[in-house]
Design a protein around this ligand. Structure first.
Ligand SMILES: [Zn+2]
Length: 246
């Protein structure tokens, strides 16, 4: 019996180190068509917000996410950390929310951040905010809220370099979406077994229908501006991921 146990121990591969955590970044929207269906609660719109000058949210989310990935990896290297970053899309395509949620559903996922830009009817608002799944249907509500509040503050710090009046608007619930049902993305993420207890939120970087926001944040050397904001977010994400791995 002892011999058998020793044999079993010898052949079971024991990983020397745990897999490094992976930060999942979802660039919101994409492509030209609605992906998914209302029935399955998987529909993702190709684009929502547009600037007065015609820039589309779907292009800005991808542009920002690609820079954010670089900044997270740079920050991790600086801190001597090993972690991965994965994007749900890297080109101008729209994926339905089942596909996006499945990409995020990894045992090594540390958190899921969906990148968006906002718009209002008045076009006068300026601020950053995060959307989290409402408390009554979110078993990870406290986790999501704590994570999202820190994320918005980090984002807002970067945005205020170019828009000093931009507000840290904290978090809001997703109850305003789909007649109170909430976000389809949260609905699909919550069905993925590996994502229980993992922080998830939408980050709405700024209100891009506001002409002042378009001029200050999206005009000129936009990539450099996005890099400043992304670096601030990356510092927060790398630190938050470390706390979680302890
Ligand atoms: Zn959006």
């Amino acid at each position: 019996m002892v011999r058998l146990i020793l044999f079993l121990l010898a052949v079971i591969p024991v990983p020397l180190t745990a897999a490094p955590p992976v930060i999942l970044i979802d660039p919101g929207h994409g492509g030209t068509e609605v992906a998914g269906s209302l029935k399955e609660r998987s529909n993702s719109s190709p684009n929502n917000a547009t600037t007065p000058g015609g820039l589309k949210e779907k292009d800005l989310t991808l542009e920002f996410s690609l820079i954010l990935r670089e900044e997270i990896l740079k920050e991790a290297t600086k801190q001597g950390r090993t972690l991965g970053v994965m994007l749900t899309r890297e080109t101008d395509v729209n994926l339905d929310f089942i596909s996006r949620a499945k990409i995020c559903n990894r045992s090594d996922t540390a958190c899921v951040v969906s990148i968006h830009f906002n718009a209002t009817d008045g076009a006068k608002t300026s601020g950053s905010l995060a959307v989290i799944a409402a408390k009554d249907r979110n078993p990870d509500y406290e986790i999501d809220k704590a994570f999202a509040l820190g994320l918005v503050t980090a984002c807002s710090k970067g945005v205020r370099e170019y828009l000093p009046g931009s507000k840290d608007m904290g978090t809001i619930h997703d109850s305003h979406l789909h007649g109170g049902l909430g976000s389809n993305f949260f609905f699909q993420l919550q069905r993925q077994p590996h994502l229980r207890g993992k922080p998830k939120c939408f980050l709405e970087i700024e209100f891009i229908d506001n002409p002042a926001v378009e001029k200050a944040l999206l005009g000129g050397d936009r990539a450099a501006k996005f890099r400043t904001i992304a670096a601030s977010i990356a510092a927060y994400l790398v630190a938050a991921t470390e706390e979680e791995a302890r």
